[in-house]
Write a protein that binds this ligand. Structure first.
Ligand code: MD3
Ligand code: FE
Length: 201
């Protein structure tokens, strides 16, 4: 369903058995490309979310700024390949867009959150952003293209897919809170969000 212009929620897109396969795939990816602690540019203050990536490019954040790069910031190795389940998801929900280059893996422990921000580190904004939630539920917030615009919040549940296109592509958004213990998919309370993006034209 279309929650806002250009913002599509596919509630329960992945059933439990598909979520289990994805969870195990992500475990193998983070074994090869361990979660790292991103920080705010300039201040170096750690974000509460831990991250990794797969695909040809990965999003990183450190004192020098936010950017996409082709190697892990700690190991220096190329990112693991994008798994086929995620390529299939993209072809289904982002039919006209060129292939995704980056899959950001965000890991939220129960107290983690993500402040309101825009995703604008990509060279082009024509492709949608596709996100998939696994594990505990969260409260997700989305506003307008202006920081002080009105916002609405929604719950995202394990297996949900969210697609941000058109006028939602540059909307401010964030994660207010995690609801620990609402899913049994992960071995510890917390949430994983996968965000697929096209970075270059
Ligand atoms: C709406 N992640 O990694 S995913 C991010 O749940 C990020 O981890 C959140 O925001 C998370 O940048 C939200 C949903 C999402 C992703 C990108 C968007 C919503 C968006 C871009 C534009 C509008
Ligand atoms: Fe974002």
């Amino acid at each position: 369903m279309e929650l806002e212009p250009g913002l599509f929620l596919y509630s329960g897109y992945f059933d439990r058995s598909a979520q289990t396969v994805l969870r195990d795939t992500i475990r193998k990816i983070v074994d090869a490309a361990p979660l790292f602690q991103p920080t705010m540019p300039k201040t170096g203050k750690p974000l509460s979310v831990k991250m990794s990536n797969c695909g040809s490019l990965g999003w990183v954040a450190d004192k020098a700024g936010y950017r996409y790069q082709d190697v892990h910031p700690v190991t220096g190795e190329p990112w693991p390949q994008m798994p086929s389940q995620l390529l299939d998801l993209w072809s289904t929900v982002a039919v006209d867009a060129p292939k995704p280059q980056a899959c950001l893996i965000n890991y939220y422990q129960p107290n983690a959150k993500m402040g309101l921000h825009q995703d604008r580190d990509e060279a082009v904004f024509t492709a949608p952003v596709v996100s998939l939630s696994l594990g505990d539920e969260c409260q997700f917030r989305i506003g307008t293209t202006q920081r002080n615009g009105p916002t609405k919040s929604f719950k995202l549940t394990s297996g949900d897919v969210l697609v941000m296109s058109g006028e939602s592509r540059l909307a401010f958004h964030g994660v207010d809170r995690i609801f620990p213990g609402t899913s049994t998919l992960l071995k510890a309370p917390g949430r994983i969000n996968l965000t697929l993006r096209r970075v270059t034209a």
